[in-house]
Design a protein around this ligand. Structure first.
Ligand SMILES: [Zn+2]
Length: 253
């Protein structure tokens, strides 16, 4: 595990997740470090968040609206100016071509060097002290669609030609960061911004309370131990070099 190095150039970063609050758990501190360092970060929330309650008699439309305002507040705390909502049905997400097209359009519009997603290969997680969980299928479905939007769709001219007609030219993503991964190789030191991460997390008042803050603090401290800092978030990072074929074939060059 290595600590992330400082930026050497201006950065645009796009974070794509299934649910409101997914970012704040897994990457909230890192995003604050990145925006503090001058990066322009955009959030994309794929589902409408309407399944975020198991109570009877919930007004799902109202819940979805409330979750958007909570997510907007969390983004504001993190220095993120733009949040995009795709409003797919929460709890039933599939990695369809429609979703991949929507994410490809967004990548070609924002033109980020770095895209942050969940690790689509994480299915079963067996942690210490009974911290076992089954990864939510929405996380995997959203991540799979985002992964294949990054490559090959975003950079390949022949895929989704309708996007060219809309004016969205191919774009090559340089770095992929994956949260919730069992193959993490990069840690971001979030010690100096951990209080702001917790503040952003607690914006999701309809979903979580102080117990979640305690859990996240413990989790981030464990991750920090591995790299000798107080708090850290870890990612599986892949870096892609080279000119994409699609760019070489661009008739405008
Ligand atoms: Zn989630």
């Amino acid at each position: 595990m290595q600590l992330e190095a400082a930026f050497t150039k201006p950065m645009r970063i796009l974070v794509i997740v299934a649910h409101h609050d997914d970012i704040e758990f897994g990457a909230g501190g890192s995003v604050i470090r990145w925006t503090d360092a001058g990066a322009e970060v955009t959030y994309c929330i794929v589902t409408d968040g309407a399944a975020g309650s198991n109570e009877k008699d919930v007004n799902y439309l109202q819940l979805a609206e409330r979750r958007k305002s909570e997510q907007n507040e969390a983004a504001r705390i993190a220095g993120v100016k733009s949040v995009r909502y795709l409003d797919y049905a929460d709890g039933m997400l599939q990695p369809t071509l429609d979703l991949r097209r929507d994410l490809t359009r967004l990548i070609r519009e924002i033109r980020p060097q770095r895209v942050v997603i969940n690790d689509p290969t994480t299915v079963l997680v067996q942690g210490d002290e009974g911290m076992n969980y089954i990864n939510h299928p929405d996380h995997r479905a959203g991540a799979e669609a985002a992964l294949y939007a990054v490559f090959p769709s975003a950079e390949s001219r022949p895929i989704f030609p309708e996007l060219l007609a809309e004016g969205f030219e191919p774009h090559h993503v340089e770095e992929l960061y994956m949260m919730l991964s069992e193959g993490a190789n990069i840690a971001v030191d979030i010690s100096s911004v951990h209080d702001r991460k917790i503040q952003a997390l607690l914006s999701h008042r309809s979903q979580i309370g102080e117990d979640a803050a305690d859990f996240v603090t413990k989790f981030d401290a464990e991750a920090g131990k591995e790299v000798g800092v107080e708090f850290a978030e870890v990612f599986r990072v892949m870096t892609f070099y080279g000119e994409p074929q699609a760019a070489k074939d661009d008739p405008a060059d």
